[in-house]
Design a protein around this ligand. Structure first.
Ligand code: GLV
Ligand code: MN
Ligand code: MN
Length: 362
């Protein structure tokens, strides 16, 4: 199957007409990341289903494992490509026709060379209907320190925060770093620097502790020590669990970009919102299955919000969704020090297996 998912296995249920229960995650990663983000939800799913097989468990609904492509935005500039497509994003299916990576390889060429693409003009054929799965559940490291600090084994996710990403370009005249006097410059790099500080201020002062704003990409052109930046490109990530707080900050960032451009006599040549996703809520019956599984395994658990996004954010649009978090060392993630202990991994896989078993019998 092109694009969205690669089904890596599963277990047939004894009532094949019933919709399946799905689980899975991603194995792509950002540069210089860790080894656990996403991978735990894929290898953990394989092990959970193998453990159910070994135990002789017979699922009523089939169990399916999904390995999502491009959860991280690194390669094609937008997050969760696979799950967004599966959930039926017409706009994305259209936009991907013209989307290329840093090497100018198009999304479709990449899919073809990986053996997925059949019909390159119609990505919409991978869209899933609502309720194609009776449930979707994802195992993931917490990516924050709460479970470890509180000594709790399992996080039961209730909501996933609402992420947005924005691309901004400022353009100025550039010029020689020695020849152009300070009063005569319109430095695109300085406009970017000022916008970065404005983003920090607006995220910090949003009125919600949950608002976060990050500039993770800053590129200056032409990129020579002795040349005034003629262009600055920024990529901005803004999130909150409440859409209204996040959107208010995005509006303020846009206003700030316009007024900085005016003050510094540069052009704001792009202010493009790449995605502005609504938050997702876990489904009550999936939450209950995770809680019951944790109870039966005598594992402590806590309800929690996911401040990171996941493929589950989009799977929630087409299936009742839930997530299982396990602790990770100091909450580290998106850096090489990311780590989850064998015991925590085992706990997570056991809870996933039992949750899948429960959901498969409904
Ligand atoms: C996922 O990788 C995220 O950035 O939340
Ligand atoms: Mn990640
Ligand atoms: Mn992840």
């Amino acid at each position: 199957m092109l694009s969205g998912t690669f089904s890596v296995g599963g277990r047939d249920g004894y009532e094949p007409k019933l919709t399946a229960v799905a689980t899975g995650s991603h194995i792509d990663a950002i540069p210089y990341s860790g080894k656990y983000d996403g991978v735990v939800g894929v290898l953990g799913a394989i092990e959970a289903i193998n453990a159910l097989k070994r135990s002789g468990f017979k699922p009523k609904r089939s169990l399916e494992i999904i390995l999502f492509t491009s959860e991280e935005p690194t390669r094609f500039g937008i997050s969760c490509l696979g799950s967004r497509l599966l959930a039926g994003s017409e706009a994305l299916a259209e936009a991907l026709k013209a989307t290329v990576d840093g090497q100018n390889i198009s999304f479709l060429e990449a899919a073809r060379s990986a053996g997925y693409a059949r019909d390159e003009d119609d990505l919409s054929r991978v869209f899933l209907k609502n309720d194609s799965y009776s449930a979707f559940v994802e195992l993931h490291i917490e990516q924050a320190p709460i479970l470890e600090e509180e000594g709790i084994s399992i996080g039961v996710v209730t909501n996933i925060a609402a992420p947005a990403s924005i691309k901004v370009d400022f353009e100025g005249n550039g010029g020689h770093a020695g020849g152009v006097l300070m009063p005569d410059r319109n430095d695109a790099g300085l406009a970017a620097a000022e916008l970065m500080l404005a983003i920090e201020k607006h995220a910090t002062e949003s009125g919600s502790l949950d608002t976060v704003g990050t500039v993770g990409i800053l590129e200056l052109y032409p990129g020579a020590i002795n040349s005034i930046p003629s262009k600055a490109h920024l990529e901005i990530d803004v999130r909150d669990i409440e859409e209204s707080f996040r959107n208010a900050v995005i509006n303020k960032i846009h206003k700030a970009a316009k007024s900085i451009a005016k003050k510094r006599k540069v052009t704001l040549s792009e202010f493009k919102i790449i995605n502005q996703d609504p938050p997702a809520h876990s489904n009550g019956s999936v939450i209950k299955a995770v809680v019951d599984a944790s109870d039966e395994l005598n594992l402590t658990y806590k309800y929690m919000i996911s401040r990171a996004y996941h493929d589950s954010l989009f799977m929630a649009r087409i299936a009742p969704m839930g997530m299982i978090f396990i602790p990770c060392y100091k909450g580290y993630s998106h850096k090489p020090e990311e780590y989850a202990s064998p015991q925590d991994l085992e706990n997570g896989v056991k809870v996933l297996a039992l949750t899948l078993a429960k959901l498969s019998l409904r």
